[in-house]
Structures are given as C-alpha cells and as structure tokens.
Design a protein around this ligand. Sequence first.
Ligand code: ATP
Ligand code: MG
Length: 585
Amino acid sequence: MTSSSSTAPASNFLRTIIEQDLANGAYAGKRWSGRPGPASVQQQGGLDAARIRTRFPPEPNGYLHIGHAKSICLNFGLARDFQGACHLRFDDTNPEKEDDEYVNAIIDTVKWLGFTWESQDESNLYYASDYFDYMYGFAQALIRSGNAYVDEQTADQMRATRGTLTEKGTNSPWRDRPAEESLALLQEMRDGKHPDGSLVLRAKIDMASPNMNLRDPALYRIRHAHHHRTGNKWCIYPMYTWAHPVEDALEGITHSVCTLEFEDQRPFYDWILNKLADLGELARPLPHQYEFARLNLSYVVTSKRKLLELVREGYVNGWDDPRLPTLAGLRRRGYTPESIRLFCERLGVSKADSRIDYSVLEQALRDDLDPKADRRVAVLDPLKLVVTNYPEGQSELCHAPRNPHNPEAGQREFPFSRELWIERDDFREDPPKKYFRLFPGNMVRLKYGYVVKCTGCVKNDDGEITEVHVEYLPDTKSGTPGADAVKVKGAITWVSAAHAVQAEIRLYDRLFADPHPDAGDKNFLDALNPDSFQAVQGWIEPGTHADPDSCWQFERLGYFVADRIDSTREKPVINRAVTLKDSWI
Ligand code: ATP
Ligand code: MG
C-alpha cells in the first residue's frame, strides 16, 4: 500500500475492532495458500503473512465515484496500517450491465488514488466470476445437506408467500422435495433447459423469521445472458447476497466492510458461511461483515443509474466530464489523489448516516494545492490597459514568488510593457463605494510592477469600454526602494499583451443548483445548473507550459489544471478546478 499520510490515522470503530481481533489472535491460525479457494485449497497453505485481509469489491457496471473513494481509502488504508492485504475484486455476478471498459477504468482509478493490490509476491486482483464453479459446488452441498431446494413457484407466488414485516411467510410446496430432485433440477437449470425466471434455487432457512432476509432467500436464478468474462458458459447466476460471503471466504477476507444497507443481510452472510464451513467446504476462521455509513455528498448524484443517464443522454460530456462526481471526472477537473485521500480522512468512518457539504471536498483540494501549486497570473475576461507614458516597443522583467509558502522554490519573471491585459471587472467608470481598483483618477498597484494612475478610457460606437488608459509612476516598481513611497489601496493582476499566452479556459461550476438534487421524489434532471460550464479565451502568464495535468494557482482566481485530454503547449486548454474561496455560501 503506497498512500503516505503525514499524520497518524484517526481512530474509528473499525480500527478498534481490528486491534481487538489482533490482540485476541482471532486470525492467528488462518492459512492462506496464496490464491482464493475453499478449505481444501487453503489447508495446503502456510500461516497467512497478511495480518488482516480486506477487499474493495466494485461491480464493473459503471465508473467509480467519490463515494467509492471513501470505501477504497477505508479498505486499502486499513490493510496498509495493519500490515494486511486489500484485494481488488470485481463483483461481476450480474452479466447484463457489466463490461470490460468499466473493469479497466476501475483499475486505473484505484491505482491513480495511490493504492495497490500487489504486495511482495502476491497480486490480489480477483474476479467473482472465477468462483462460479466453486459456488455451484457449494450450492450442491447445501442441497445435499438439506439446506437448499429448487423452487418452481413464479416470482409473483414467491412474493405473495413471503409474508410481511408483521406476518409470517408460508412454506413453498417445493420446500421439502427430495435433495435428489433439487440436484437434478439445478443441473437442468445450469444446462439451459429452463427459461429465465422459471426456477430458483433457495436457501432453506425459516419462512417465519422476523428478518425477511432469512425467509428462504434465493441463491441462483436463471439468466440466459452473455457475461463479459465467462461468455455463454453459464445461464444461472448467483444472487449478490449469496455470492458475496462466498467470495469473501474464498479469498480469506477477515474484515468485510460494506455500507449500512447490508446490515440486515449480515445474519444471512453468517448463515451461509457457517453452513459451508460446517460442511467442510470453507476454511475457518470465517470473514466478518461490518457496516459503515456511506458518503452522501450535497450537490451531486452518485447512483450509477443516474450517472449513466447523465452520460448517455448527453447532459455531460462522458464519464470524465469535469462536473461529474466520478473519480475520472474529478481527476480531469484537477483533483489530486492526495486531495481525495485528505477528504476521505476528514470524513472519518462512522455508523451514522450524514450528508457532507460539497464545500468540504473543495476545501480539501485547496488545502492540498496551496502549499504545492506554482503561482501564475491569468486574465480570464480581458480588457486592454495602455500605459500611455511607457515607451512603445520597450519591456522589462518583473519578479514574483513561485509559491509564497515556499521561498526556496524561488522567483518567476515575466515582462511588463506598454499594453497589458487586465480583468474587465478591475475597471469601473463609476465605481461603487469601497471599490479600490481602477477608475478615473484612482491609483492602484499593478501587482509585481508599478503603481499606475487611471487617466480615462476609450469606448467603441456601442459604448463598450475597449481600453483603459493609465500613467505609471516610474519610481514605484515592486522590489525597489521606492515601492512603498506611494500608498494605494488596490492591487490588480495583469499580463503583458505582447507576451501572454492565449488559452481556452473552461470554467466549471456545480452540475446541480440544488443541494439535494435527488431527494424525495424530485427529478434530479430538473435541478441541473444551467451555468455549470462556460469556456472563455483568456491570457496566461508567458512561460506557463500547459502540459496535461500541470496545475497552478492563478492569483486571485483559483486553482487551475491543464486539461489532461485536450491541452497542448501550443494550444493550452485549462480547467478551473476550484475557486480560491467558496462562492456558494
Ligand atoms: P450503486 O448503488 O450506485 O450501483 P454500488 O454501491 O452498488 O453503487 P458497487 O460497485 O457495488 O456500487 O460498490 C463497490 C463498493 O463501494 C461497495 O463495497 C460499496 O459499499 C462501496 N460504496 C458505493 N457507494 C458508496 C458510498 N456512497 N459511500 C461509501 N461507500 C460506497
Ligand atoms: Mg452494488
């Protein structure tokens, strides 16, 4: 595990549990053969060198989002901090929606976040679909031991006989059929002799259980569907709640961490594992499931279905659109792996559901970039400034720190000349109260340059201001003895028109204008922010190489990154990652 963090990780209830388990030697005798497998395989292995095993188990049916980052940082972080291993497992048991495109994107993203599933001689990258043969064998073992049966009821009948929270369910007429019959029918299901939905393999637990999840839950259903890895080999697929504990146990997972909505499934998780261990199929010690609160972030949607709709219907430009809360989108927007890990650390881990404000994510990015991003000047809404008493064709260098927090990074230099670009908003013909920037008669400092006095402006026939005129005070250059002789209240940024580099600057804002776009029965599409994207032609400080992924703080404006797909040195394309201050409060 590579992610380095300067401070000791904050404690949480999972760390406490793991510390206790390690102190009690709960997993001290666990064997690991170096690969996933049932008891017969693991018993051939030596003692597991990994003190704990966790896993991150995405379903490859979409791109990872910021909520997944919480789970990734948690699971990989626990393994790292307790000298364990964290597996990346593709939970690909649901053929229709899964695809290799997603597998590859997920691998890229977890690596980008700074985590690895490789430790010493082990690569813990797994696919649940590799366990289908084991699962089938385990299902047969459950039938033989009287713990499962093939049900012929229709889906409607099963729903009707399941009971309710206040009423018991009723047993299926097929519940007590001989094991031989169920075994033969399961084989026929597998052989493709039955249509989708006609037969189901169910666990035989208790139709009167107060926990609805224990009322003979389904294990296998028939799906004549092509799978992205196993092709047409299977036409029965395991239910998630049956597959998941089995996957964990085959991989020797010790702490299986999932989100709170699976809490009610834990008894079934334990039932499955204990039955299979009693039958000698799975090795003990068995994995345990623990639940934590998922991340709910304001101003975004994270449901894969909704993200897919935004992408498919063209509300955004692909899965890595910088406005999306996908990790690919955040990356393109300018988020660093460090900022996302910092955000996840700040979230902590708890069992109480809460909603985190989007500004917490933005602040993590500022806090990460502030000490390390080089400063630059850029002008996004350019207005020409003419220094009328500065000779035409002349220029001189001005100096500015690369990063004020880090004097050792040294200085950057850029030219001053007669014609400059400034922000249109830095000039007002009729200034409001407390406006300290340029207006006729006022003096400001051109940051890192001279104090100038505004002498007027030029307008076109439509009355738009096309030029602002100033005179500079030659003895006031920043860094010279005369710099402080003239006191001014405002300082504005600028770039030399003849030297600045033109760039397309993409100004992104929140995709949704509503903090809870999909709360209640709201249609999240109604909450789209119409002003979430704007591209402008701006000017950036000369010498700024917009190689993909380079990032800077543009003074007064925010943190910006060269777009990793579209930017080149010749044609810079730059994204605004985050403004300097929260503009949404
Ligand atoms: P969706 O419901 O949108 O399809 P999912 O939870 O089913 O998402 P998976 O690919 O199954 O997506 O998730 C992989 C892992 O990430 C799971 O262990 C899940 O608990 C975790 N996870 C998903 N969303 C969040 C979230 N918002 N906060 C924390 N963990 C999450
Ligand atoms: Mg899921």
